[in-house]
Design a protein around this ligand. Structure first.
Ligand code: ATP
Ligand code: MG
Length: 249
């Protein structure tokens, strides 16, 4: 067993690209869900991905995070080309360097909150860093709920547990697919603040898919997808500039 240490923390720092997509295409039969997407997410940045339903946002996130393999093109996490890795190595890289927040939470019903949060560490044979675990749990506001099962939590609490699970390994990159879609505005704001802090305080990289201009305005940059392509980009977004760009898509 190893412990999460400074080595893990420093991996998130430093300049350069956190994630690079080069000419990534993903087809499902006749459907080109992603159509030659090239993009670089610099380290320590917060990017929102927006676009109409079916424009390829989830596919983009799944390919960029190594959950899915592109039909063609390359994806790099830091300097590592995911296409060159075996299935086992790719799974390990995902577990160690990437956090993923699913829209549907994907918590394990039979485990309590703490077991769910520390699951990625258990799977990797890594002893939790108790201080960091406490910090993450405190930030998501679930300290009083650690012994509860997901079914005993509200939707917002489940989403915050899923977020804690994505943050506990101190991943270089956190991908989140509409994590605030089912939340009331206040809980949504808590989740967005946590993602913002992951970037500002820990130097992590966040990629957030959202339909919500308020959520997108928390990001440093918004990229707009349409029919599997990146068609626009907005730097330093505000709610009104996001809405304006959205209207013209
Ligand atoms: N497993 C699959 N099999 C076949 N087609 C798929 C599959 N997954 C996605 N698609 C298709 O790829 C396109 C992009 O889907 P994707 O889920 O990436 O869209 P999205 O932008 O995330 O949409 P939403 O906002 O509704 O979540 C859609 O036309 C969808 O029907
Ligand atoms: Mg989607």
């Amino acid at each position: 067993m190893t412990t999460m240490t400074a080595e893990t923390a420093t991996r998130t720092a430093g300049p350069g690209a956190a994630v690079t997509l080069d000419a990534v295409t993903r087809t499902y039969g006749e459907v080109r869900a992603l159509d030659g997407v090239s993009w670089t997410f610099p380290r320590g940045t917060f990017t929102a991905v927006m676009g109409p339903s079916g424009s390829g946002k989830s596919t983009f996130l799944h390919c960029a995070s190594g959950l899915d393999r592109p039909t063609s093109g390359t994806v790099r996490i830091g300097g590592t080309d995911l296409g060159q890795l075996s299935e086992a190595k790719r799974t390990r890289l995902r577990r160690e360097r990437i956090g993923f927040v699913f829209q549907a939470f994907n918590l394990v019903p039979s485990m309590d909150v703490e077991q769910n949060i520390t699951l990625p560490l258990q799977l990797g044979g890594v002893e939790p860093d108790r201080a960091w675990l406490d910090e993450v749990v405190r930030r998501v506001g679930l300290a009083e709920r650690l012994r509860h099962r997901p079914s005993e939590l509200s939707g917002g609490q489940q989403q915050r547990a899923a977020l804690a699970r994505a943050l506990v390994t101190r991943p270089e990159v956190v991908f989140a697919d509409e994590p605030t879609g089912a939340l009331d505005p206040r809980t949504a704001r808590d989740v967005l603040r946590l993602l913002r802090e992951a970037v500002d305080q820990t130097g992590q990289t966040v990629v957030l898919v959202t339909h919500d201009p308020v959520a997108a305005a928390w990001a440093d940059r918004v990229v707009f997808l349409s029919r599997g392509r990146i068609v626009d980009e907005l730097v330093a977004p505000t709610v009104s500039t996001v809405m304006g760009r959205w209207e013209s898509l």
